[in-house]
Design a protein around this ligand. Structure first.
Ligand SMILES: [Zn+2]
Length: 153
């Protein structure tokens, strides 16, 4: 099996760990870049962006340890990008769904509140009318009462 095929199956086994320099591999799939296979390795610790993306997507903290690979092959980089985008999209969708449900719940609550306040206002209006009628009656009575003593005088 060639190294390229090994990389495609995502498994590269070390026959003898003394055979080659470990730092010359992809940190994720262990493939090696040679002049023949055309594999390109990218620096892994060039800034903290890549290690942070790896930590966020696969929850594995990669540290720059002496003797271990400091590279990532382009194939793994592309998979990582796809996975990262997939995760971000998925998270955003979940957030959107939650917010939509919350907004619906809130609008239902608003509708209920509107309904109950409309009922309250209707009750208040009825009470006001009753009070007004009572006041009118009272005023009518007091007018009659006031006019009586005048007549008596
Ligand atoms: Zn790789």
């Amino acid at each position: 099996m060639s190294e390229k095929e090994g990389c495609r199956t995502r498994r590269v086994s070390f026959v003898n760990s003394n055979d080659f320099d470990l730092t010359d591999c992809c940190r994720i799939c262990k493939c090696r870049a040679t002049a023949e296979n055309g594999i390109k390795l990218r620096p892994l610790f060039n800034g903290r962006r890549l290690t942070r993306i790896i930590a966020n997507t696969v929850h594995i903290e990669i540290k720059d340890i002496q003797g271990l690979p400091r590279f990532l092959c382009e194939k793994c980089l592309n998979i990582l990008k796809t996975f990262s985008i997939f995760q971000v999209d998925f998270r955003r969708s979940e957030e959107d769904f939650k917010m939509t449900i919350e907004a619906r719940r809130t609008s239902q609550m608003d509708a209920l509140m509107e309904f109950s306040s409309a009922i309250e206002m209707e009750k208040q209006r009825e009470n006001d009318q009753k009070s007004a009628a009572l006041v009118t009656n009272f005023l009518k009575k007091t007018k009659k009462n006031k006019s009586k003593p005048k007549l008596q005088n």
